[in-house]
Design a protein around this ligand. Structure first.
Ligand SMILES: [Zn+2]
Length: 480
């Protein structure tokens, strides 16, 4: 089976066929950098990281763009998020967004989320946005009112096709005095006149102002990915109005289709409730990392399908920690034996086991990136590997390397659960290579009949919890 993706626009799973064979152009709405990233961001960007990683695993050349919103994101109350943050922290707005951009990447790195290929910032694309807005006015899809520019949703017949909302159902959510200068309440701002308190302001044909939130995503995605591009992702809460507006801006002015596959991920819940500062259940990633290993959080997120909501609780995370530990211990058992195993071909039963494990994993991932089923396939594979290790036949270096390389690809490359430095964590304070080196030194001493020194190495390793077993094929070791 080849890859199928659930396309929110078509409301069904569709075979994935990129615009240009072999290449994938993908855009995901990035963070508004006025505050620390929270667990909900963790879920969203892990979900899209998996899509990015799996497309690369399938051999596509992927260009992944994720914007940084550093201007123009207005709350429903009409307040500007960046200005609120700057006032809170007593910082210049650019200082604020720089601080939180760095903290965002730091948190994403800890979750082993690969960095996007391009992270364009809205403030760096003002000329492109001005040009796009001017084109919308020229083609009759936007109008200027009192120094601001609004998109005329009545001019675009397909407005609402993604969310299924018709115009009369749409909520404007904007302040009354601004609504008055609009032709209809659903019209949305492309450019806003700067109020005196606005530090972030640029000259425009309509006076000093700043761009609206929706226009940045249309302009920056098309600039780097072309039109149409393959995948546009984001949280399901952004389907309306944000993504609906992105489509309108792009398609009204170009007459072309904007995006081939719209992909939306479900929200993170805390014990059945949405996460809100007002509910006291708001957890930043930084706080979460103090309580849980970032890889446990990642594994927990992957145990549910990206499109569904995910309910988080301490018990569920503890369960995830145990599950991840089981998978890692299989890998650890394999790696521990590689160096000391005898050379020789991989047995046919093992090849069959690995092949069927890989196929089950890929079949799950091909089914709209079904990570819970892919993880179930990994557990099944891991049970098979453990049984093979226990029966003790045909455990050659080549066989162990084949197991190691498959687990590294599926658990590491695709699921991102084996970050660099994990090896140290797996053998705390004691590198695998160092143990192998000591075993070699001990063998050399024994060959020279220096048994006293050789036994001292064995005994001291035993004190550190490393048990050596001598056999005609060589020496192997296990951790106590
Ligand atoms: Zn966006």
């Amino acid at each position: 089976m080849s890859l199928e993706i659930y396309n929110s626009l078509a409301r069904q799973k569709e075979p994935f066929e990129p615009v240009e064979p072999g290449r994938v152009h993908m855009y995901v709405c990035g963070p508004t950098v006025y505050n620390d990233a929270h667990l909900g961001h963790g879920k969203t960007y892990i979900n899209f990281d998996i899509i990015f990683r799996y497309l690369r695993y399938l051999g596509f050349k992927v260009r992944y763009v994720q914007n940084i919103t550093d201007v123009g994101h207005i709350l429903d109350t009409g307040e500007d998020r960046i200005l609120l943050g700057a006032a809170r922290e007593q910082m210049h707005p650019m200082e604020l967004v720089e601080t939180y951009t760095r903290r965002y990447f730091r948190d994403m790195d800890r979750l082993n989320i690969l960095r996007p290929d391009i992270s364009p910032r809205a403030t760096g694309h003002i000329p492109e946005m001005l040009e796009w807005i001017a084109n919308l006015i020229k083609t009759g899809h936007a109008y200027e009112a009192n120094g601001s520019v609004y998109f005329d949703v009545g001019s675009y017949a397909e407005y609402g096709k993604l969310s299924g909302r018709r115009l009369e159902q749409a909520q404007s959510g904007t302040r009354v005095q601004i609504a008055e200068e609009k032709r209809r309440p659903e019209d949305f701002a492309l450019w806003k006149k700067a109020e005196p308190e606005h530090i972030m302001r640029w000259n425009s044909p309509w006076g000093e102002g700043f761009p609206g939130w929706h226009i940045e995503c249309t302009v920056m995605s098309v600039k780097y990915l072309g039109l149409p591009f393959d995948i546009h992702g984001g949280g399901v809460e952004n389907k309306f109005p944000h993504h609906e507006c992105e489509i309108a801006q792009a398609e009204a002015v170009t007459g072309n289709s904007f995006v081939k596959y719209w992909v939306h991920n479900g929200m993170l819940m805390i014990r059945g409730e949405e996460m809100h500062k007002s509910l006291g259940n708001f957890i930043t990633l930084e706080e979460a990392f103090e309580r849980w290993d970032p890889m446990v959080i990642r594994f927990f997120v992957l145990q549910s399908h990206y499109r569904g909501p995910l309910d988080m609780s301490e018990e569920a995370l503890d369960g995830a920690a145990r599950g991840l530990q089981r998978l890692r211990s299989t890998l650890r058992a394999v790696r521990r034996r590689i160096q000391s195993a005898p050379p020789g071909e991989s047995p046919a039963e093992l090849t069959t086991l690995l092949e069927s494990g890989r196929e089950a994993f890929e079949a799950s991932m091909n089914d709209d990136f079904n990570t819970p089923n892919a993880i179930a396939a990994l557990f099944e594979l891991s049970r098979g590997i453990n049984a093979w290790l226990d029966q003790g036949q045909g455990i050659t270096q080549e066989a162990l390397e084949a197991v190691d390389s498959l687990l590294e690809r599926l658990m590491g490359e695709v699921l991102g659960l084996l970050p660099e430095g994990l090896e140290d964590e797996m053998e705390p304070g004691l590198g695998r290579e160092l143990i192998e080196l000591l075993i070699q030194a001990r063998s050399a001493l024994r060959e020279q009949r220096a048994f006293e020194a050789a036994d001292a190495i064995r005994d001291q390793l035993a004190e550190l919890g490393v048990q050596l077993q001598d056999s005609p094929e060589g020496t192997t070791w296990t951790m106590a």
